[in-house]
Design a protein around this ligand. Structure first.
Ligand code: G4P
Length: 288
């Protein structure tokens, strides 16, 4: 299966990001908790050197507790604080308040020592497309936030949202480019819906998802679609499973054939919305 990448504007994006990062103190980096490796931008460590960092394992509600905990520990071992988050829920965001304060603490302390007392820490939310940046900003900054007006430097139109006395957040997130490393990374990004389905063959993608689920979570498919959908780790078995999903879900195309494309869409939607369960696809230390 061949995934078409879109590396065209990467150099330009990198240059722009470098400039934006100069204006901030804290990088709030969102990754997808189901695929924290694949959904992380490979250059952010380099771009964010010298800056305070906070990683949010977003969509933690769709990933397993075991996976989430493993990733929090993994980031901690690299000296980066990571927090599990469901950006759609304001309650879940309450717990990150402390983490943000902690991440800013050093910067505020440094300012204080230099006699700079009333300058808030400036933060920017970054992440690859669809990881939940806008959702996070909307929930976190909420209606209570007051815009502070334009500041020069950042792409026109960007505003700083004053969250409290010590923190200002850029209202526009930084869009990062995803990894371009391997076919497997590409597949994982496609499973979560980060790569436009239109450039992929949904049927092939669903077959690959069935293979992965059969390997890592062997009971999930029968749990959702019944005993007839057993899955399998090789392509013919997985293709047969897709056909079975079409059959049990009544996906029929013209000429009374089973509609595997429709079944593929169904399966992908079920995975993406958590209907198959909270399924983490990547764990720390895995080779991808
Ligand atoms: P982006 O700015 O990084 O591109 O992402 P955006 O906020 O637009 O979020 C992309 C999708 O992810 C949205 O769903 C959003 O609701 C969902 N999302 C964001 N954070 C979380 C989370 O923590 N948990 C879960 N389960 N979903 C989250 P959508 O279907 O594209 O839009 P909508 O129908 O929800 O509005």
């Amino acid at each position: 299966m061949n995934i078409q990448w879109y590396p065209g504007h990467m150099t330009k994006a990198k240059r722009a990001m470098k400039e934006d990062i100069k204006l901030i103190d804290l990088i709030i980096e969102l990754v997808d908790a189901r695929v924290p490796y694949s959904s992380r931008n490979p250059d952010i460590d380099e771009l964010g050197r010298q800056k305070a960092r906070l990683v949010l394992l977003n969509k933690a509600d769709l990933a397993s507790d075991k996976g989430n905990d493993a990733w929090v520990s993994c980031f901690a071992s690299q000296g980066i604080q990571a927090v599990k988050v469901d950006s759609r829920s304001r309650a879940s965001l309450k717990q990150i308040q402390g983490a943000v304060q902690e991440a800013c603490r050093e910067k505020l302390e440094r300012n204080r020592k230099r006699g700079i007392l009333n300058r808030p820490v400036r933060a920017m939310v970054v992440g690859i497309p669809n990881v939940g940046k806008s959702t996070f900003i909307n929930s976190y900054a909420g209606k209570a936030s007051a815009k502070t007006g334009n500041k020069p430097g950042v792409t026109k139109g960007n505003q700083w949202i004053r969250l409290n006395k010590t923190l200002e957040l850029l209202d526009t997130p930084g869009i990062l480019w995803p990894r371009f490393e391997s076919q497997e990374v590409g597949l994982h990004l496609a499973f979560i819906g980060s790569i436009n389905d239109q450039i992929l063959d949904r049927e092939d993608l669903a077959i690959e998802l069935i293979r992965l689920l059969s390997r890592e979570y062997p009971l999930v498919l029968t749990g959702r679609y019944g005993e007839e959908v057993r899955g399998g780790t090789d392509i013919p078995q997985a293709a047969a499973a897709l056909e079975n999903i079409a059959r049990v879900r009544g996906c029929v195309a013209k000429g009374n054939e089973y509609d595997r494309k429709k079944a593929a869409g169904l399966l992908l939607d079920d995975y993406r919305s958590g209907k198959l369960g909270r399924l983490t696809l990547e764990f720390p230390g895995q080779e991808l």
